[in-house]
Every structure is written in C-alpha cells, then in structure tokens.
Write a protein that binds this ligand. Structure first.
Ligand code: PEP
Ligand code: MN
Length: 674
C-alpha cells in the first residue's frame, strides 16, 4: 500500500467500527421499544407516521451534509427492515427471555449451501437461539431425524421463482405429520467460481445442483467445449474444486460458499432471470403460536368432494372475506391418479375471525382440510409488509361507493356490482384500490447522462416508476424521433441503477415483444389509442399497459380500446386522462377532470392523469395534478428533466427537481401515500 493511502484507510476502518457500534446502540433502542410493544398487546406493531418522520429527518440531514439522499435513503430502508424484523421477533414470547435455547436444525446439503445461508438469515435476530446445524443427504433424511426427535426443526425449500415448486417437499408435507412454523425468502445470486487463475475460456466442466444448472442455461450455452455435471448441492460442487485442484473445472454456487472456501468468482449473476428467489419453510413436530399483530401466512392442504363447483366455492369463501390467496397448487394424489389435492397459502392469521369463518365454510365442501401451519409472513427483502387490515382500511377511505354502470360490451373493463377496484403492478409497484402511483421522467431518453440524472431526480423526489420515450410519436417528421432500442437499453440501465421500474411508449406492432422483454410496462400514446392491431397484440403479452386517452376520444372510446387489450387476455390495463382537443388554445390540451369520476363509475381499472401533456406549460402542471388527485385519480404521470432548458422534447412542460418536490408534498398533503 502506498504511504499516502495509509492514513485515510485507517480513518475509514475507525469510522466503520464506530458505525457498527452505533448500529448496535440503535438496535438496543429498537429492542427497548419492541419489548414494550410485546407486553402491551394492544400496541400496533407499525407506526407509519413515525416511520415517515424518521425518513424525512434522515433525508434532510443527508442533504445538509451534501450526501445523495438516494443512497443514504437505501441504507435507512435497510436499517428499518432490520429494526422491524427485530421487533417482530420480540413479539414471540419465547424470545423475551435471557434463557439460551439450544436448537438442532437440519437441512439438505453441506455448510455454505443456500439452505445454510437461509438459516443464518432466518435466525439472525434470535440471539438467544444457539443453532446446531446438521446437513443431510436428502430432505427426507432431515425430516426422518426431525420425527425421531434428533432435530428441533428442519428447513425445506418449497418453491423457486424460476424452477417452480419442489415436489418432494410438498409430498413430505402431505405424508408426514409436520407443522410449518416459519418461512424465509432468499434472493439467489448464482456465481461461477473457480480456482485462483482459472479462466472462463479454458473451462471444461462446470458442476452444480441440477436446478442451479437449469437456472443458468442461457449463460452456460454460450460456452463451447464445456460440459455440465449435477451434484447434490451447490456448496459441495465448490468443495469438489478444491479436492480436484484442476483449473479447467468450475462450480456454480453462492458468493458466500466461494468466500468460505477461498475460491475466485469468475462471473456473478449468471442466472437466466434477474429475479431468482427461493422460499423455504421451517418445519417442526408441533405447531407454534404467532402474535396476532404480525403479518401471517397459513398453508393448507385441501381435498374437495366430488360435487361440481366445490373448489370454486372454497375459493369464494376466501374471496368474499377479502382474504388473499398467495398460492394455489394442484397435485395428483399418488395413490389415485386423476384425483387432486390442492395446496393453498393464504395471507391471514389462524386467530382472525374472518379466517376461522372461511375455514369453517370450506370444511363443508371438502373431504379433508389439513392445516400445515400458521407462521410469520416474510417478504423478499423483509420490507414493507402492510398487514391486510391496513390495506382494506385504505381502500375503504379512498373509494366512496360508486354508482355502478354496467355495459354489456365492456365485459372485462366494465364495472359490475361485485367488482372490486383492480390493482395493477408495474415491476412490483401497485396502483389501484387505494395504492397511489407517481410515474415521472423525461419526455424522451436523450443520452446516458441525461436519463441517469433523470432517474436520480425521480428516485430522490419519491417517484416510483421511471418514464422515458425511446420511440417518440412527433407531430413533425423533422422533430427528434427518439433513440429507439439503444434508448430503451439506457432507460432500463438507469431504472436498474436507481431501483425504479420503467415504462416506455410502443409505436409499432412489430416492436411489442421486444420492448416487453425489457420494459416493466408499455405505454400506448394518445395518437395510437385506436390502433386496434397494436391493442390486440398488447392483449397477448404479460406486461401492464398504460393506455392514454386519444386527443378526440370519448370516455366510451377509451374503455372500448381497453377492452381490446383485455379481450386478448391481458387484464393489466391502466387508463390515462391526458387532456383532449377543444376550442381552447391557452393550454396544449384541455384536461378533462370529469373523466376521472366518470371512469371510476364505469370501470374497475386504475385511472391516472398526465397533467404535463394537458398543460404544455410547467406552471400549470402542479395545479392540474392537485385537481386530479382531488378528483380521485389513482396516480399521476409527469414529465421532468435534469436540464429542462436543453431538453430535446417538450421542454416547456418539464418539471425541475424543485417542482417535483413540491408535487410530492402536495400529493402527500392530500392524504395519498407514495
Ligand atoms: C408521452 O407521454 O410521451 C406522450 C407522447 O404523450 P401523449 O401520447 O399523451 O401525447
Ligand atoms: Mn412529452
């Protein structure tokens, strides 16, 4: 190390030590609050307004120190996830003792496998639990040991987002007397690892668990002269490298397994899909209780009787009580082919009267109903799991009872008396039924620097989805037409860097599939609202579509256009009022505010407003946005630019960072949460 680097590096080490110390102190304070919540059984687990206050203060402090509120905000989000996890664990009475519990936990594989990592994550906040971990050659062996009393718990993977359900686990849950007492979700990041000095081009064999190999086929197929071989688990494929000591061999495993064995990472993130998560369940011999305030999940096995419509009646018992079904899986009964048992996961607590009622009702349509367990419900990153009742309250307050107008030609988009407002998600961000969404970004993607700065301003201001046109429908053929696919790539990279899903406009039928592969949502511009062939094609994809109202289209025309998309199978449609042509020239278009309540009467689809294209002038965007929120819009889409004066497209209406802040404050002041 050169001499001048030494002092700043030891300074960094010293600061890091302090940061960890402060973090430990913060967690002690969090624990003190958690303890008082656990003794006062009436106290709510989450205090949303307090969380918002903490966030705003932290953001303000970061800015006064000249730090990026985006990156510091990410740190705080993670700290808050951690704190929530700590408090949730404290609600479990057995955690509230100083008594050390020795737990024997079994899993399939060797140390460093994904199951082993999952145990570390699951038990990270139970300091009084001492884990004695035991690896087994198969899931069944681990379960045998649990049944014999040699283990307290066994951890079993149950589903993976790429590979699907694990049949063996489901079979064990059906055949043995097990109770699911907890779950954990692990983001899986497959790495290619080798010996020091190994090179990808020189590899002759790559080993891993067959499921891991299957998840990386696209990357593996690029290699020539390299074979693959299945092993019992990912970590043992890495161990084999050390034993063989051959630089032509590599393994696919986690970064942690590679680190533990001192192996080199040759390539990260080699799975076919960016999102790769595995859900695990922790099973015990007996059920355990879960504090009623925690978000919970229940798993059930159902065998319906043979009367027609029995399954539908069972599902309806949940639907009528607003109980969300998070998984339904049907499997043939091994002993009687063509007869099925259904595995259901619901979001809810065993002690919730609604759940009890639903289960009672279902019993009358079922031959058997077996409860596999009621356990704490985890999310991917442990982030914001709003308990069901909270969402239901929001819906009730946001949606005054609309007059129902039904119309036979709007079979899918129309509102029927039984129709609840729909929720559509763009890259995981929900809109509709009480969820508000702010989409913002430049009119067009211009350069990497411009869209990256645009993404940053949207993220820092609190927007949830990034917009940016790669294909621009311009009135004049001489105006900038957009960067095309390279622009889309820049948009996706900027969205990825700031964790924002992206939306972009599609102009041509032949581009639909290609855009759908990378964008999280597709926009149909006002000029294309009645391009029926385009709409039909969008009906065939599995991506949300933002449908803008045509310049001279009626509300009925807009709904008929939505029906085209939905008739093709795609129900994920968001409607957008963006102003219409009238005799008035003071604004670019005339924003039809009344379209919002009218649409709400006629459709269950979410409705958003684009005040930017309606106004055409920056000064008018904020008041029009406020009017839209007041009239009941489910979201807004606005244009903003890091340097509006030099924008290549629609610069007169582009909001600045300050304008965006003001917009977000006004949305919040009207009681809508972002
Ligand atoms: C846009 O959102 O970029 C756009 C072109 O809007 P509209 O289709 O509403 O004119
Ligand atoms: Mn525009």
């Amino acid at each position: 190390m050169s001499g001048e680097l030494k002092p700043p590096r030891s300074r960094i080490d010293e600061i890091d030590r302090k940061l960890v110390e402060l973090m430990a102190e913060r967690m002690n304070a969090v624990r003190a609050i958690g303890k008082s919540k656990s003794t006062d059984t009436e106290a709510p687990l989450r205090d949303h307004s307090r969380e918002q206050e903490v966030q705003a203060r932290w953001q303000g402090e970061a800015e006064t120190h000249g730090l990026s509120s985006y990156f510091t905000g990410r740190i705080l989000r993670e700290v808050m996830n951690y704190s929530r996890r700590v408090q949730e664990e404290l609600l479990d009475r057995s955690q509230n003792t100083t008594h050390v519990r020795q737990l024997r936990v079994g899993f399939q594989g060797v140390s460093g496998s994904y199951s082993d990592l999952t145990l570390t994550k699951l038990f990270s906040e139970r300091p009084q639990c001492r884990l004695e971990r035991k690896g087994f050659a198969s899931f069944a062996r681990a379960v045998d040991a649990l049944e014999n009393g040699d283990l307290d718990y066994a951890l079993l993977p149950i589903e993976n987002t790429i590979a699907g359900s694990l049949n063996e686990t489901y079979q064990l849950l059906a055949d043995r007397q097990l109770s699911i007492v907890d779950e954990e979700i692990l983001p899986v990041d497959h790495c290619l690892v080798g010996l020091k000095g190994a090179e990808v081009e020189q590899l002759r064999v790559i080993r891993s668990h067959p499921v891991a190999l299957q998840q990386c086929t696209i990357w593996l197929n690029k290699l020539s002269n390299c074979a693959t071989e299945g092993t019992t688990d990912t970590a043992s494929s890495a161990e084999a490298l050390l034993n063989n000591n051959d630089p032509h061999e590599a393994a696919i495993c986690s970064e942690e397994a590679a680190g533990r064995l001192g192996l080199t990472i040759l390539e990260r993130n080699i799975a076919n899909q960016a999102h790769n998560y595995t859900r695990f369940v922790l099973v015990a011999r007996e059920p355990e209780t879960v504090d009623a305030r925690r978000p919970a999940r229940m798993s059930l096995i159902l065998m319906v009787n043979h009367r027609r419509g029995s399954l539908a009646k069972c599902l309806d018992a949940f639907a009528r009580r607003q109980i969300n079904l998070s998984k339904l899986e049907s499997r043939a009964k091994p002993e009687s082919p063509w007869e099925y048992q259904f595995y259901l996961d619901i979001e809810g607590h065993r002690e919730d009267p609604k759940v009890k009622e639903a289960l009672d009702e279902i019993s009358s349509h079922a031959n058997t109903l077996k409860e596999l367990g009621c356990y704490p419900r985890r999310s991917v990153f442990g982030e914001d799991l709003v308990p069901e009742e909270h969402v239901a309250e929001e819906v009730a307050s946001a949606k005054p009872e609309a007059k129902i107008v039904s119309n036979a030609s709007l079979r899918r988009s129309g509102r029927k008396p039984a129709h609840e407002p729909s929720i559509v998600k763009i890259g995981g961000v929900p809109i509709g039924a009480g969820h508000f969404m702010l989409i913002a970004g430049p009119c067009a993607v211009e350069t990497r620097a411009q869209i990256t700065a645009g993404a940053r301003m949207v993220r820092e201001a609190g927007g949830q989805v990034l917009r940016g046109g790669a294909f621009k429908p311009r009135t004049s053929p001489y105006s900038f037409q957009g960067l095309g696919f390279p622009g889309l790539e820049l948009l996706c990279q900027a969205g990825g860097a700031y964790e924002l899903p992206v939306i972009t406009e599609v102009l041509r039928l032949e581009d639909v599939n290609r855009i759908a592969q990378s964008a999280d949502a597709l926009q149909v511009g006002a000029r294309n609202m009645q391009n029926f062939e385009l709409l039909k094609k969008l009906g065939k994809i599995d991506r949300p579509v933002l449908l803008k109202r045509g310049l001279s289209a009626t509300v009925a025309d807009l709904l008929a256009a939505a029906e085209y998309i939905m008739a093709g199978g795609n129900q994920q449609v968001i409607l957008c009022e963006r102003g219409i042509r009238t005799f008035e020239t003071a604004t670019r278009s005339t924003l039809d505010i009344s379209a919002i309540p009218v649409l709400k009467e006629r459709t269950h689809l979410p409705v958003i407003v684009d005040p930017s294209h309606a106004a055409g002038r920056r000064e008018l965007v904020l008041p029009l946005a406020a009017a839209a929120v007041a009239a009941g819009a489910d979201g807004l889409i606005v244009e903003c630019h890091p340097d509006p004066d030099n924008a290549m497209c629609d610069k007169e209406q582009a909001l600045t960072r300050e304008d965006l802040d003001e917009l977000v404050a006004s949305i919040k002041s009207m009681g809508r949460m972002l």
